[in-house]
Structure formats: structure tokens, C-alpha cells
Design a protein around this ligand. Structure first.
Ligand code: SF4
Length: 340
């Protein structure tokens, strides 16, 4: 499979032919199956697709948080180009519990989950939780770490930040907890922030505030962002590039504007036709994609989207399409665009 963009001096993360499988008693789930992606510095990549397409397994693979057994990275590389040095480290080869990975996790790559309570400890005060992370990664004393916690809470524009330091997670609203998570994630100046459905659990107005905040902070903290979502509206608001995933593979990759205006893969077209898109002219006729994402254990010989695709041809059911370049920076895996 061709890479979605070549790595260069501006690259912060390069994922090459990544394969993460889950070995069940009677079958194997190929949750991520040969993904190639490059993330340039200070850019935002949107990873989109329906539930079960492998987006979250991608983020857990990058963080080396895949539960093993049954999960395992069985192939490929996750090359982190370290900020300020020429060092490149393949995260996929590290011991997930080793010291190097613990340094990277939280220090160089941080994650914000959909549900903040997955990461916040209900028994500890907000200030202590941020300070602890800062102490571990930045070797500050408790007082300086608490000062940093206060600074970060102010940065994420939480109301009464000083008071929040001494509060427990249950005393905050969902939106405030997500702001705390962002403060926590950014407190050690990571090179990469992974946001896994960061606004899905929030109501619409708060969603938009959190996305605005992340956009503002990105330029401030000099981090690249991978935003994982099923919501194309979130992607259009945040991402420079979009990778559309279907059943463990990237089926289309392009600049956000290009993807929204010139979608090529029938799955991307289906996703765009099933949600209202801001800025699109005329009356929008919404149509859901027919059928369901196949079970991850299903073995589909040709294109995995064929059972749902309105353009499926004989070859689609026999042979897998590979990523083809449609125009500079725009690739798709679909027989409709293969030269042959
Ligand atoms: Fe549809 Fe065939 Fe393209 Fe798959 S390869 S998306 S089935 S046209």
C-alpha cells in the first residue's frame, strides 16, 4: 500500500504498514490492517469512519495501550521523530510497560478520551492529578508542579481555575472535565495530542467551545493533533488532512477541503451524504449508507465495502483495491480509480 504522504524533515509521526490484530479463540480480528499515514508538525489529521473501522485501535496502538493478550501489533512501524533532535524512534518496537514508553506516553504523546472519567481519578483533587503528571515528566517539585497545573487550567479557560485545583472530578460539569483533560494532556508540552472522540459525550454548544479551544491551543503549544471521530463536522472544523478508515484500512486520504469537495471513494461519498455539511450549497438530501459495517471477524475477499457499495463490480468482490494517487496529496483505494 502506498504511503498517504512521504515523510520529510517536517514529519513528526510516520506510520508504516501498521497491523494490529486481536487473536480470539476461534478467529482473528484485523482491527488495523496495513495503515500508512504521515503527520506533519503542527498539523491536524482527522481519522474518520463508523464504529468498528479501527480508528480507536490506531490511537491505542500509537500509545501502546493495546491489551495483550488478545491484542498485538503484528507488523509495521510507528516512527516518532523527536522534537528538537534528529532521533527517530519506532514506538511499535518498544516494551509497552518499559521506561522509554512511559516517558513518551504523556510526555511526548498525550491522549484525550471521549469520557474524561476514564483518565481522571475520582478520589484525587484536579490540581494534584495534573501536578503528579507534571512531576513525573518534567521533574518539578510539588509547588512548581501545582503552579504549572494552575497555569494550564487558566490556559484551557476554565472558570475560577484556582478553586478548581482543590475540587474533585465529580464537582465539575462534563465540559469542564474535558477542559481539565486537555490541560492534563498538554501540561507536559507533548509533540502530539491524540483526541479520541473528544466531544462526543458533550452537548452541542460545549462541543463547539472545546473544538475552538483545541484550535486555539494548537498554535500556542506547538503540537500536532490526531483527532479521531465519526463526526465529519468536527473534522471540517479542525483538520488539515483527513484519513477515512473502513474495516482497518485507510480507503481515502486528502486535504480536508479537497475531501469535502472532491470525495472519491464511495464510502467517503456515503459518509458525506449521510450528514448535513455546513457550507454546502442548496437543499441537502440526506441518505444513510445502506447495510452495516461487516463484523471484524468476517473475511471479505475483495473490497470490504463491496456489500454496501452502489458501484460494486465483479472485480470488487474478487480482489482488494490498493491506494492510488488521484491528484497530489489525494489517494483512494477503489477499483473505480485503478488504471487497469
Ligand atoms: Fe465500491 Fe468497488 Fe470501489 Fe469497493 S472497489 S468502493 S466495491 S467500487
Amino acid at each position: 500500500m502506498a504511503p498517504t504522504a512521504p515523510a520529510n524533515a517536517d514529519t513528526i509521526l510516520e506510520i508504516k504498514d501498521l497491523k494490529t490484530y486481536f487473536f480470539l479463540e476461534k478467529s482473528t480480528v484485523r482491527a488495523v490492517d496495513g495503515v500508512n499515514l504521515t503527520l506533519p508538525r503542527k498539523s491536524t489529521l482527522g481519522l474518520v469512519g463508523e464504529s468498528g473501522c479501527g480508528k480507536s485501535v490506531m490511537s491505542m496502538s500509537i500509545m501502546r495501550l493495546i491489551q495483550s493478550p488478545p491484542g498485538k501489533i503484528v507488523g509495521g512501524q510507528i516512527n516518532l521523530h523527536r522534537k528538537g533532535t534528529s532521533e527517530v524512534i519506532d514506538i511499535a518496537k518498544l516494551d509497552p510497560r518499559g521506561a522509554e514508553m512511559r516517558r513518551i506516553r504523556g510526555g511526548e504523546i498525550a491522549i484525550v478520551f471521549q469520557e474524561p472519567m476514564m483518565s481522571l481519578n475520582p478520589l484525587f483533587k484536579i490540581g494534584d492529578q495534573i501536578a503528579e503528571v507534571v512531576q513525573v515528566h518534567q521533574k518539578l517539585n510539588k509547588k512548581d508542579a501545582l503552579d504549572r497545573a494552575l497555569q494550564m487550567l487558566s490556559k484551557v479557560q476554565i472558570s475560577a481555575p484556582k478553586q478548581r485545583l482543590n475540587e474533585y472530578p465529580h464537582q465539575l460539569s462534563g465540559g469542564m472535565r474535558q477542559r481539565v483533560m486537555i490541560a492534563l494532556a498538554l501540561s507536559c508540552n507533548p509533540s502530539i495530542l491524540i483526541a479520541d472522540e473528544p466531544t462526543t459525550a458533550l452537548d452541542v454548544t460545549v462541543q463547539s467551545q472545546i473544538l475552538d479551544l483545541m484550535n486555539e491551543l494548537q498554535s500556542d503549544v506547538d503540537a500536532s493533533i490526531i483527532i479521531i471521530t465519526h463526526n465529519l463536522g468536527v473534522v471540517s472544523q479542525m483538520a488539515d488532512h483527513v484519513a477515512v478508515m473502513y474495516l482497518g484500512k485507510v480507503v481515502e486520504f486528502a486535504e480536508t477541503r479537497e475531501l469535502f469537495h472532491q470525495p472519491k471513494h464511495p464510502y467517503t461519498v456515503g459518509l458525506l451524504n449521510s450528514v448535513p455539511v455546513l457550507g454546502r450549497k442548496g437543499k441537502q438530501h440526506l441518505e444513510p449508507i445502506k447495510g452495516m459495517v461487516p463484523l471484524p471477524t468476517d473475511v471479505i475477499p475483495g473490497c470490504a465495502f463491496a456489500p454496501r457499495c452502489p458501484h460494486a463490480m465483479k472485480i470488487c468482490r474478487e480482489k482488494q483495491p490498493t491506494l492510488q494517487t488521484i491528484s497530489p496529496g489525494h489517494t483512494t483505494a477503489c477499483w473505480l480509480y485503478e488504471d487497469a
